[in-house]
Design a protein around this ligand. Structure first.
Ligand SMILES: C[S@@+](CC[C@H](N)C(=O)[O-])C[C@H]1O[C@@H](n2cnc3c(N)ncnc32)[C@H](O)[C@@H]1O
Ligand code: SF4
Length: 394
């Protein structure tokens, strides 16, 4: 990939942040809790043909938003670690053929920690990936099996160590507040995880999503989840242990040593501009100073057909109203510890956040104004974030 170059401003509604999200929708098997756009393909599969479709979609977007500088690329899934390293390289080359790449660009690939996938890590590094995010999910074998994972704890730990030796930066994900899990068990597991982590860790409370096998099991009374109160205790314990270990939360579920935050995720939450390529990928593009919300066909082979026929797989391209932009800025930005800039909210939405609303939320300790003028949700307000956002947006 070529480097450097200054960012072209995306009109006065942009903030100079620009990234590319690449969605690889295939998985070796479907996990029973997952509602991401992931599919198991059977039989022969033309990976090179798919990669050519990503290149075509990138060319389509480059014509719409030329002259930008890419600060981050994120290969998410699905399971991008099923891709051949040469496919990753071809997509990165296609990105670099259209836009300047910042010399400090963060290039992340989401990987499942099986031993087979770990064998590709060096190839990904050579292709230009400089950060991996591993789906470890648990450091206990029983829960891993229950979560339908195809790796053991030993395999996952080996993959984390290997990733740490190959990539400049790495992170891994764990899922907690699982069925029957106790606080004491999570305390032990998370303590081990924080020893293992280098700089960044993502910690998600298990959510039961409609349409998943866990959803059916829960409805049938076969999956007993922690109640709201215990869930809150899990969350508090997580905040406490991560902060003590020097990886405080910079977002609801993401923790990092200051300076090691995921730049790509920050770009979403700071409401930057991003192209999304691949089946089901979403994007936010500034075209003629209007913010477009794009989404692509979710079914991989249907998406491929669409790209072959007309150069892109988009099924949605909506121009957001100012009000919608303001709402999105709040929903995304208030997840961040750094909070939001009320002046940018006013600039994008054409209205100010009502002083009375802020005062009321401040009085009950749910939000605070920082010395730089940013507004953020407090520790006390985070568990009720949705309600706080709704109040401020009203
Ligand atoms: C795109 S997904 C999976 C990436 C990769 N295929 C894997 O399985 O490791 C990203 C992360 O979302 C989290 N996740 C997915 N479904 C979840 C759920 N229902 N509840 C909580 N976390 C979930 C998992 O921690 C997962 O690693
Ligand atoms: S959790 Fe990961 S591996 Fe499992 S189905 Fe979802 S995307 Fe695929």
């Amino acid at each position: 990939m070529s480097t450097s170059g200054a960012a072209l401003p995306a009109g006065d509604r942009g903030n100079g942040l620009f990234g590319v999200y690449v969605h690889w929708p295939f998985c070796a098997a479907k996990c029973p809790y997952c509602d991401f756009n992931s599919h198991v393909h059977r039989g022969a599969f033309d990976e090179a043909g798919f990669v050519a479709a990503y290149a075509a979609e990138l060319a389509h977007f480059a014509a719409l938003v030329p002259g930008r500088t890419v600060q981050s690329v994120f290969f998410g899934g699905g399971t991008p670690s099923l891709m051949q390293p040469r496919s990753v390289e071809a997509i990165l080359d296609a990105i670099a053929a259209h836009w300047q790449i910042d010399r400090n660009a963060e290039v992340t690939l989401e990987a499942n920690p099986t031993s087979v996938e770990a064998e590709r890590f060096r190839g990904y590094r050579a292709a230009g990936v400089n950060r991996v995010s591993l789906g470890v999910q648990s450091l206990r074998d029983g829960p891993l099996a229950e979560l339908g994972r195809r790796h053991t704890v030993d395999e996952a730990v080996a993959a984390v160590h290997l990733a740490q030796s190959i990539f400049e930066r790495s992170s891994f994900d764990l899922i907690y507040a699982r069925p029957r899990q106790t606080l004491a068990e999570w305390q032990d597991e998370l303590t081990e995880a924080l020893w293992l982590a280098q700089g960044h860790i993502s910690l998600y409370q298990l959510t039961i999503e409609m349409g998943t096998r866990f959803y059916d099991l829960q409805r049938a009374g076969k999956l007993v989840m922690p109640g709201e109160e215990l869930g809150a205790e899990f969350y508090e314990l997580t905040q406490e242990l991560t902060a003590r270990a020097g990886l405080p939360a910079y977002e609801i579920s993401n923790h990092a040593v200051p300076g090691q935050e995921s730049r790509h995720n920050l770009l979403y939450w700071r409401y930057g501009e991003y192209v999304g390529v691949g089946p089901g990928a979403h994007g936010r593009l500034l075209i003629g100073n209007q913010r477009h919300a794009t989404a692509a066909e979710k079914l991989p082979f249907e998406w491929h057909k669409k790209v072959l026929a007309r150069g892109h797989g988009l099924t949605t391209d909506d121009i957001l109203t100012w009000e919608e932009e303001g709402d999105e800025l709040l929903v995304m930005g208030l997840r961040l510890r750094e909070g939001i800039d009320p002046a940018r909210f006013a600039h994008l939405s054409g209205r100010r956040i009502a002083d009375r609303q802020v005062r009321e939320l401040q009085a009950i300790g749910f939000v605070e104004t920082l010395p730089n003028g940013f507004l953020r949700v407090t520790d006390k307000g985070w568990p009720v974030l949705d309600a706080v956002v709704a109040d401020l947006a009203a």
